[in-house]
Design a protein around this ligand. Structure first.
Ligand code: NAD
Length: 389
């Protein structure tokens, strides 16, 4: 099969590597530096399995700097460009996808076009009726950053919005490239598939918020949160995992997807969905109030990324915490080795020499513990109990 993939971020690149094991894959991105990396078999994102596949596997992977006639005739075209939440319009900004579909329509594309970007509910139906000659499907992506290729090799499920031959062919393409046996494959209406994605991420946000509110309750009552969580999660109906308190959910997807779902409810009565964002903001305030009790002046922030092993800090909860602490007159110093070309971030001094950083500050605030922090453990502030993401 010939597969073209547009947008070489976490979603696009991991799918490109996965599918190029058995198919001819062409990668396109407006950022040509990413294409240069791919041509040199260097991963533009941090994902140890992608780096290892680049080094050790024979991948049928090429790049193209434009969307051309040749590409439009691929068997499949996967779109994985950004859909940020537009706070003014209260919906995802789908312009990157709109432009690509317009181009594919002008090229009279015969491909099965699969959108993997997260969408507002009803988008796929709308563009299929706008471009009657294109075959456009939505297939939600469930990968985790840092484990993107692994999650595609061993998918929790494959979902395609569509029930026709094209939808089945695409599900089969993913299935054939994965290493997992007996993968659950679900076909549904495109709007239902779009809903599955938004509700899945909102469930995760709700679960994080639940254990964070439990932890806020423990802080107020001087309880040991671990005792509560271990007791509660021993019930198999509740289950372990995804219950480690944090400074709030963040990252690229959860904050924007919960906002999109809230907007989709519109006039449909709900209280849980619309409370997720509020709960997350309250959690950050609770953390800041707790930190202010310590009365220390010089506070160090150990890394900005949400998760261990992450190579970005898009919408990290710690960013709001920094801003709130600064408003309270605290001196904030940040240790973030991901930033190499600047000396300040959010108006705070960056100190990337770890020894200098720990000397400069009285308290080190970290969302997730790290073995590197062991020698300063008496000066750490965290709500991480289980040492996992
Ligand atoms: N990151 C995740 O964990 C994850 C998981 C599931 C779903 N998603 C969804 O998938 C989509 C992509 O996410 P991501 O994390 O891979 O994004 P990303 O920001 O890492 O990558 C997007 C890429 O698209 C490129 N791009 C932007 N506009 C373009 C255009 N017009 N033409 C070609 N390339 C263009 C950018 O240069 C960038 O390389 C989003 O809708 C996101 O919500 C992300």
């Amino acid at each position: 099969m010939k597969v073209s993939i547009i947008g070489m971020g976490y979603v696009g690149l991991s799918n490109a590597v996965l599918l190029s094991l058995k198919n001819n894959v062409v990668c396109h991105d407006i950022d040509t530096s990413k294409l240069d990396c791919i041509n040199k078999r260097i991963s533009p994102i941090k994902d140890s399995l992608i780096s290892s596949y680049f080094k050790n596997k024979k991948l049928r992977l090429t790049t193209s700097e434009c969307i051309d006639k040749e590409m439009s005739k691929s068997d499949f075209i996967i779109i994985s460009t950004p859909t940020d939440f537009d706070t003014q319009k209260k919906t995802f900004n789908t312009s990157s996808i709109d432009v690509i579909l317009k181009k594919l329509n002008s090229l009279k594309s015969t491909a099965c076009i699969i959108i993997k970007s997260t969408l507002p509910i009803g988008y796929t139906k709308k563009v299929n009726s706008l471009y009657k000659k294109l075959k456009i499907y939505f297939s939600p992506e469930f990968l985790r950053e840092g484990k993107a290729l692994y999650d595609n090799l061993y998918p929790s499920r494959i979902i395609v919005g569509g029930k026709d031959k094209g939808a089945k062919k695409f599900a089969n393409l993913l299935k054939k490239s994965s290493l997992k046996k007996n993968i659950k494959i679900l076909f549904m209406d495109s709007s239902e598939a779009e809903s599955v994605k938004l509700f899945s991420n909102s469930y995760l946000a709700a679960r994080i918020s639940f254990f964070n509110e439990l932890d806020s309750f423990s802080i107020s009552n001087s309880f040991d949160s671990k005792q509560l969580i271990d007791g509660i999660c021993s019930d198999p109906r509740i289950g372990n995992g995804y219950n480690n308190p944090s400074f709030g959910y963040g990252g690229y997807c959860l904050p924007k997807d919960t906002k999109q779902l809230e907007a989709s409810f519109d006039s449909i009565p709900n209280s849980m969905i619309k409370s997720l964002n509020k709960s997350n903001q309250l959690r950050k305030k609770c953390i800041v109030d707790d930190l202010l009790k310590t009365k220390v002046k010089n506070i160090g922030i150990y890394q900005l990324a949400m998760k261990k092993g992450s190579d970005n800090f898009r919408h990290s909860s710690i960013i709001d915490i920094i801003k709130l602490l600064k408003n309270k007159g605290k001196n904030i110093y940040v240790h973030e080795p991901l930033i190499t070309n600047q000396s300040k971030i959010y108006g705070c001094t960056l100190i990337n020499d770890f020894d200098l950083f720990v000397k400069k500050v009285n308290l080190i605030v970290t969302n997730r513990l790290s073995s590197r922090l062991k020698k300063v453990s008496k000066r750490i502030y965290t709500r991480d109990i289980y040492g996992e993401n």
